[in-house]
Write a protein that binds this ligand. Structure first.
Ligand code: CAA
Length: 256
């Protein structure tokens, strides 16, 4: 096991296991972790001993509980826009267009940027304790790492509106029903199931797989994502954002 600070990497039988390891804040993604993951993805893209990636969170409570709220709590509009743009460029779009299959093994909370990370992956498998949602509106924000686009693509406009506008958190079973995830399994079976799916891909042509990913992605343009970056940034200048984030930090409900 190599420890690249807070991103753990293990490679076995051509599968790279990437673990986001920041359990004290439920693996919430800060700038540092995003950069580390981005660097790792660049490195793994050219390694011939890696053909499939599996991303999971450390511990048994959270996959990723979103972007790090404390880090962006006093950001300006400009910094908010940059946060979103950098996230898209360094990590989320990189995963979505990655030349090798990326599987999200969702082992607990996948909220906000955490669900967006899972949705950027090509396939999602969740353990039965997983909880998924886009709660950004409760912080005075909108999803800023691709959620407005990828959730809509995966589950359709009506249900995406419902999840984004209510900020409601759903169970793994509900997510399966919505086709937001591919499978639900027990906590013990999560990695085994992910490996079994990865092995089915390993049997196939890496070149064909790379082209298949590109072909499927060709339908989805960047205009919506660019729009999301701007709108996400605009939220940072509002009193709702200040109240939403303050309420989270004070562990109380926001009063909008
Ligand atoms: N950012 C920073 N810290 C976070 C965090 C986050 N997204 N999520 C959890 N934490 C921290 C908590 O502040 C807490 O730290 P302290 O012990 O120092 O107080 C620790 O992780 C444990 O969390 P809780 O005590 O809250 O645990 P819980 O079991 O009571 O609740 C939870 C779990 C429901 C996931 C709750 O932590 C929560 O609601 N987290 C925030 C989820 C969220 O709103 N995510 C969206 C972030 S915004 C975003 O992602 C924007 C984007 O699209 C780019």
């Amino acid at each position: 096991m190599e420890n690249s600070e807070s991103i753990l990497l293990e490679i076995k039988d051509k599968i790279a296991f990437i673990t986001i390891n920041a359990p004290k804040r439920l693996n919430a993604l800060n700038k540092h972790l995003i950069q580390k993951m981005s660097n790792l993805l660049c490195e793994l893209s050219t390694r011939t001993d890696v053909r499939v990636l599996i991303i999971t969170g450390s511990g048994n409570k959270a996959f990723v509980a979103g972007a790090d709220i404390k880090e962006f709590s006093s950001f300006s509009k400009k910094q908010g826009e940059e946060l979103s743009q950098t996230g898209h460029d360094l990590l989320f779009n990189k995963i979505a267009t990655y030349p090798k299959p990326v599987i999200a093994a969702i082992n607990g909370f996948a909220l906000g940027g955490g669900l967006e990370l899972a949705m950027a992956c090509h396939i999602r498998i969740a353990s039965d304790n997983a909880k998924l949602g886009q709660p950004e509106v409760s912080l005075g924000l909108i999803p800023g790492y691709g959620g407005t686009q990828r959730l809509t693509q995966l589950i359709g406009k009506g249900k995406a509106f419902e999840m984004i506008l209510t900020g409601q958190v759903i169970t793994a079973q509900e997510a399966l029903h919505l086709k937001l995830i591919n499978y639900v399994v027990s906590q013990e079976a999560l990695i085994t199931k992910s490996i079994s799916l990865a092995k089915n891909m390993l049997a196939n042509s890496p070149n064909a797989i790379k082209k298949a990913i590109k072909a499927v992605n060709a339908t989805y343009g960047n205009i919506g994502l660019q729009n999301e970056v701007e709108l996400f940034g605009q939220c940072f200048g509002t009193s709702d954002f200040k109240e939403g984030v303050q309420a989270f930090l004070e562990k109380r409900k926001p009063n909008f």
